[in-house]
Design a protein around this ligand. Sequence first.
Ligand code: CTP
Ligand code: MG
Length: 223
Amino acid sequence: MAVALLVAAGRGERLGSGRPKALVLIGGRPMFEWSLRTLQALPSLHRVAVALPPGAEIDAIGDGVVVVQGGATRSHSVREALRAVGAGDPVIVHDAARPFAQLELFERALAELDRGDVDAVVAAVPVADTIKEVADDDRTVTRTLDRGRLWAVQTPQVFRREALERVMAESPEELLAGATDDAWLIERAGGSVAVVRADPSNIKITTEFDLRLAQVLISERQP
Ligand code: CTP
Ligand code: MG
């Protein structure tokens, strides 16, 4: 049976709403609850650990859900949640900042991991924009990347438990602190990672603009 880690312990500084981002309401519910409910609808899921900011007070959120205090960075929150979630393999990692991830995407990511040839599978979309690399002066273009091979990575990301536990235990603290994506830690350690095609509607809420977009997307879902 699978277990899931829902990381929701960030401060939401770029959103700047005066409270932790995962507790900001979308469609009348705290942001993290949207993906928690989706995860709870997964038939193959055994337990979920939700990493919340220190001092967050939330209502009872159901059987099979454990709440842990998150860490100083995203990867530290993943590590705390992994310690708390109990037995289960594979491990699904999902950002509470992506409330629109669909059940079907979690299922396809798990099915892809089940093929057995990789350590992790990440949701991703081919990039629509041309991407250029720019120098430290924030002005001079140093090169243009081949868009045909670029995919923008999202969550969910699913891992063989042994692979995720190993990188969480063995990665140096400064790498953990700088990682915005756990699959990168697997790649660095020589592991193999596959993508599963996701939908651009699985937006990450980072800024005020994203939150406005989220309110529109939610109102389309709730007539
Ligand atoms: N996260 C976490 N613990 C942290 C930092 C981030 O659990 N110490 C989680 C966030 O809650 C979010 C996800 O990781 O669901 C992605 O992080 P991000 O979008 O950067 O959220 P915040 O860190 O909250 O936002 P900001 O960087 O603007 O402060
Ligand atoms: Mg952050």
